[in-house]
Design a protein around this ligand. Structure first.
Ligand code: DC
Length: 226
């Protein structure tokens, strides 16, 4: 694939700070931030709305042709659309998180979302975050980062986010969901969460957002120069 744009891939487990850090870095560098988890969440939401078990591959495959998932940007912020409806505010609940993790294990779902992700990167400079961006979606990315943090620190951050949104849950529930999703995401057969061979590892434990953004920015600049 001829590629004249710059792609920065950020992979890692949920709650490692990928989206917050990638969004800030993209704004700073004038790149488009692409949150690919939102796409899997949208497919998960579509199944929940239809009353389909998000593990039921046969039923999901039957419904996929009815789904149109697309991305748009409003004031530089990514919005995700399901058959024309902006569902961005409906995909952050714990139920949708678990449904997203389940549907994302299915190869037909991954194939369904593949072109949208690659095409988005082909058109503009992107910072794209997910689980398989450096390994599968954008193997040609000029910079690949694998972002991690301890499960406890990630659960603390995710719990604070959910509380801010008024979503009822407890820290223990968030931690146990997170461990379950980590396990699912890294043990599935299709595009499991794993670092690309040429990825740079960054652990964000104990860092402020500003420190992590500054660290990634210097890493990216160094890589793009080299
Ligand atoms: O990043 P997130 O928590 O919003 O992602 C939701 C789910 O989607 C997560 O359980 C893993 C899956 N996912 C994936 O399999 N591949 C991606 N590139 C992004 C997310």
């Amino acid at each position: 694939m001829a590629n004249t744009t710059v792609a920065i891939a950020i992979d890692g487990p949920s709650g490692a700070g990928k989206s917050t850090i990638a969004r800030a870095l993209a704004a700073d560098m004038g790149f488009v931030y692409v949150d690919t988890g939102a796409l899997y969440r949208t497919v998960g939401l579509a199944m929940l709305r239809r009353g389909i078990d998000p593990h039921n591959e046969e039923q999901i495959v039957a419904v996929l042709p009815e789904l149109q998932v697309s991305l748009g940007y409003v004031d530089g912020t990514q919005r995700v659309f399901l058959n024309g409806e902006d569902v961005s505010d409906h995909i952050r609940t714990p139920e949708v998180s678990m449904a997203a993790s389940a549907v994302s294990a299915l190869p037909p779902v991954r194939r369904f979302l593949f072109d949208l992700q690659q095409d988005t990167a082909r058109r503009q400079n992107v910072i794209m975050d997910g689980r398989d961006i450096g390994t599968v979606v954008l193997p040609f990315a000029q910079v690949k980062i694998f972002l991690t943090a301890s499960a406890e620190e990630r659960a603390r951050r995710r719990f604070a986010e959910l509380q801010e949104k008024g979503i009822a849950t407890t820290y223990d529930e968030v931690l146990s969901d997170m461990k379950e999703r980590d396990y699912n995401d890294s043990h599935r057969a299709a595009a499991p969460l794993r670092p690309a061979e040429d990825a740079v590892f960054v652990n964000t434990d104990g860092n402020t957002l500003e420190e992590s953004v500054a660290l990634l920015k210097s890493l990216v600049e160094e890589r793009l120069k080299g």
